[in-house]
Ligand binder design. Structure first.
Ligand code: HEC
Length: 402
């Protein structure tokens, strides 16, 4: 019953999370487009009012005329539209999902028993949970410090972007060493997503509040607040594509159970940022195909790097003769997989077969042969190597699939 409850909550939270994220990211992409697509106002009276750029648009059968003020209009309307709940809802539901998916079962989902770092391979569930929280928090602290120290007055934003890019490579590397592959992809995405939401919460919204307050008091708002809001929201726009990729990565075990998963992750992150850059420039009227070309090239490199090695015949007795027979394989799968992958799982915490895969009978096993081989070879399954499947046993599965 408890497992079912968690599963249901997961389903509903994910729905909300995706909807909030679509609304937030959609709005953010829209405003970046608007900002970059502004043209100098045509009417002299608009220029006198302090309008700095405008955009005409047609959408949903109506015509829209957006205007942006250089600093602010002479008088602010009372019904100013603010956007922040979409960002907060996305983060809160995302974090809740992380708790019920990963932190409830850290032994399976967070710990990386194959880590090169012995201490990481031997973490207890609670230690892994705390490490994951610290990882998220530190990610924000480091990113925020980089922004504050390198470009406090938004004067060295180019250098800052390089620093943030390097930071993301380090995050990708550390996460794959400290956490299981699937969690590592998710947590790297979550480091960026946390920075995005925290940018809204700690800088963009408070800055806007200070500006509005100053204007209401008849003072000139501090231009740094506006510039910083812009700096952080520009960062957010480059984070969006990589974050969405990492968030949907959890079904693609070829990527995160790869030996050098952090390299694949880095390639995808840079590809996403470069592709985003193309669109940002395009809205400014600059067409720079080099960005998406390099972005797609990085994706192709990831494709090539992630390709499974053409299975060379494993050494050992199994390859001789006709290979292991299906009853031997079935026995291994009963022992190592069926507690979870069954019509009615016996493993606590599972109310339904994970990923919809059940290996209760031989037919089902035969149908899933290739997938079984792939996840057993990469070491992704059994999850967290909970049942301590040995290399010899993995070799039996390998020999059978050949
Ligand atoms: C402790 C529970 C557990 C055990 C034991 C387990 N699995 Fe899984 N398995 C899962 C979960 C949870 C998922 C879904 C994870 C995901 O979405 O990537 C999964 C996903 C899979 C997938 C789909 C992965 C993909 O990338 O699409 C395959 C194939 C699989 N398991 C095979 C196996 C095999 C074969 C064994 C035994 C050698 C096994 N599992 C043992 C929990 C388990």
């Amino acid at each position: 019953m408890q497992a079912y409850f968690i599963e249901f909550a997961n389903f509903m939270l994910r729905w909300l999370h995706v909807i909030a994220a679509i609304a937030w990211i959609g709005e953010s992409i829209y405003f970046v487009m608007l900002d970059n697509g502004l043209r100098p106002p045509k009417a002299a009276e608009d220029r006198e009012k302090g309008v700095f750029g405008e955009m005409w648009a047609v959408h949903g059968g109506g015509f829209y005329h957006n205007q942006k003020y250089a600093t602010a209009p002479a008088k602010l309307p009372n019904d100013l539209h603010w956007s922040f709940w979409k960002a907060y809802t996305t983060w809160l539901t995302g974090f809740a999902l992380f708790v019920i998916l990963y932190m409830v079962n850290p032994g399976f989902y967070l710990v990386n028993p194959g880590s090169d770092w012995e201490w990481a391979a031997n973490l207890t569930g609670w230690q892994a949970n705390l490490l994951a929280l610290a990882f998220l928090l530190l990610g924000w602290v480091v990113y925020n410090e980089l922004c504050k120290r390198i470009s406090p007055n938004m004067e060295r934003d180019g250098l800052l972007s390089i620093a943030v890019a390097i930071m993301m490579v380090v995050v990708a590397y550390l996460s794959t060493q400290m956490f299981s592959g699937r969690a590592a992809f998710l947590l790297t995405g979550a480091v960026m997503a946390t920075a995005m939401s925290a940018n809204v919460f700690f800088w963009i919204i408070p800055g806007q509040r200070r500006m509005v307050k100053a204007m209401k008091a008849g003072e000139t708002p501090n231009p740094l607040d506006g510039k910083r809001g812009k700096q952080r929201s520009v960062h957010n726009t480059y984070f969006t594509l990589p974050v969405v990729l990492l968030m949907i990565s959890n079904h693609y075990s070829f990527a995160y159970s790869h030996e050098h998963a952090w390299v694949l992750m880095t390639l995808f992150i840079f590809a996403g940022a470069l592709i985003r850059q193309y669109f940002v420039l395009m809205h400014q009227g600059k067409i720079r195909p080099a960005y998406p070309v390099v972005g797609v090239a990085l994706i192709l490199v990831a494709f090539w790097a992630g390709m499974p090695a053409t299975s060379s015949a494993p050494s050992g007795a199994q390859t001789a003769g006709s290979g292991p027979d299906i009853t031997e394989v079935k026995a291994l799968i009963d022992q190592h997989c069926v507690a979870c992958h069954s019509q009615s799982p016996t493993q606590p915490g599972f109310s339904a077969p994970p990923a919809g895969l059940m290996y209760d009978d031989i037919e089902q096993i035969l149908l899933q042969k290739d997938r079984i081989q792939q996840v057993v070879e990469s070491g992704y399954m059994p999850l967290g190597n909970m049942t301590n499947m040995t290399e010899e046993e993995r070799a039996v599965i390998q020999a059978w699939t050949e």
